[in-house]
Design a protein around this ligand. Sequence first.
Ligand SMILES: Nc1ncnc2c1ncn2[C@@H]1O[C@H](COP(=O)(O)OP(=O)(O)O)[C@@H](O)[C@H]1O
Ligand SMILES: [Mg+2]
Length: 271
Amino acid sequence: MKQYGVSIVPLLFLIFSYFCIYMGHVISLLNHKGGVGKTTSTINIGAGLVELGQKVLLIDLDPQANLTISLGIPRQKTTIYEALRGEGELVPYNHKPNLDVITSSLDLSGAEMELINEAGREFILRELINQVSDDYDYVLIDCPPSLGLLTLNALTSSRYVLIPLQTEFLAVQGLAKIKQVIDKVKMRLNKQLEMSGVIATMYDSRRVLNRDVVDTIHKYFGDKVFKTYIRDNVALAEAPAQRKDIFDYLPKSPGAVDYLALSKEILERTK
Ligand SMILES: Nc1ncnc2c1ncn2[C@@H]1O[C@H](COP(=O)(O)OP(=O)(O)O)[C@@H](O)[C@H]1O
Ligand SMILES: [Mg+2]
């Protein structure tokens, strides 16, 4: 053993650091409900991290392709669908400096059924991301509004999960199910997975209901809730119509201010 001491130590260190940086900054944005701000948050946290000097890849994993459409990206020859099916490599589309996107298409809606008999079907996305993740500081995955195979693939690929919650009635409804899925994935498929934050979205401090829901979310999640609440801001809903993120659309809007503050918190939490 001693004779190997000199060479084994750096080798062990290399293996250890590989597992530490591996998936280091892959983040899934997850909520099985639609319309809670997953896509808006993925785009604008991604763009916020770019504002903070990071290089970011966004992955559109929703067959509705809202992220792809919101950024005005034309139909690509190889989308996430073809890559998951092994019909092509992941080809990031350069949207603007330091912000790349893996696009989606409606074809992806068939993927869950088509991949169901594939060996290692929960890890297909992880293998694909591993091929490109060295080129980025952060990889953000916009999950579909379901807890099926695509979402499982996102969770096995990720180090962190963020849950956007609309500050409306029923916001916490069904969260036990999400927690259960995350816990199971953590136990069986990805020990490193961490539910690292809850994002309160579409918040309006003038509305008692919004304040009540935020209180409930705090009781439920404690300090997992990010200090920055994303306010209800029409600019965030307008930006996709201009095919822009909020920083390119209205950089002084409350939406831009909030997403930049949130991106700073995420940077801190994932250091
Ligand atoms: N903070 C916000 N203020 C106003 N509108 C918002 C805000 N966040 C999201 N929206 C709008 O709400 C709708 C649903 O948001 P989206 O991000 O698409 O949710 P999801 O991806 O969870 O389905 C979209 O029309 C979006 O533009
Ligand atoms: Mg969406």
